[in-house]
Unconditional design. Sequence first.
Length: 134
Amino acid sequence: MSGILARLRDYFGDPLIVSSGPQMELTSLAESLVEPVNDVLLRIDATIATRPEFDPLITRRHFSVVASDYSISVLLLDVLRRVHRDAPGMSLEFRNPARAPPPNSKRVRSISSSIRKARIHLCNPARSCSKIPM
């Protein structure tokens, strides 16, 4: 705590807390900071505590998944079916980990736009076969 107090004292050019007999008291500058600092901390807390709503029926989010071809074909087909049924506006991008370039590279942007243009055929048992935009 004393290290943090030392940095704050240096930053503000004020002792912030002074000894007054057996007790410590805030300086006038420290007193003036109490309410604004509390307000900022409350806003930060509210921001962190607020969870964004997610409605799969109306979402337009894009997700990138790095998985092997085997994982995609064996494990993710059911996921794709559920995405098609429950989140029709969601798009998924699959990349092989062995060939996956860094996320911000030009190649990924090119692959992403190509994948978005592609279509995957899926059959929903309750409906006829349809396509999922990727």
